[in-house]
Design a protein around this ligand. Sequence first.
Ligand code: ZN
Length: 245
Amino acid sequence: MAIIRSHLTGHPYKPRREWPDQAHVQWGGHGLVFGEGKSYNTAFFEAFPRDGTAGFIRGEGATIADAEDNAFAQWEKFFECKSHGGHQWGRSRRRAVGDKPYTNGGCFCRRCGAFETVMQPIVELGGWKKPISDMELDAISLGSTWNMNSQKVPEKFQKRLFLRARVFGVNIPKPPSFDEYEEFAGTRKREMRALYREYVSSCERAVAQYLKDKPEQESAVIEGVGTERLFSCLVASRLKKLKES
Ligand SMILES: [Zn+2]
């Protein structure tokens, strides 16, 4: 059973597919899509599987159920790639000359097209002083500083994210240290999941509080088209929801 984003807990739609337990999911009947030159409305279903298949999956369709089926089919494709040979991550979508690489750590699998933040961001010198970004706030609100599937996000990246949250006054609880994960291995799955859910909702609340205290943090949508812009729109809308929660 996936983790349903808190603003949807009372929603009449219930996910029907067997998403991984640690996946975060959300959906809507009228998602605005920013296309090339035109915008349109569609039902959508979004998943953050957190199982190493992909960072973010979005399905669209005439109904939410169709959108979920569409998203789940993508998850199955990514899962297949991950389980048979594994993803081959690269900072650009294709291995082509002139294909602009992402510098924020987001990567594409060259085999199946999955998108995930698997590399460390290309950090400029003095980056510590840089204000906390929307991407970082979003990652923090999703509980990314606690990672049960710790093989995919480098420990250093998580530690840096945690420290930056604290430096900028996002008051998230300390995640278990990596040694403590070993101890957790003996904890029953159900209890572990309860601890994790509690951690994620504390992180959500901490980011919501931060956004309320800092009205000047304005979410900016990245110019252009494609996955990067879609991701940026998604982040901006999620932060807006948290701010208004
Ligand atoms: Zn792949």
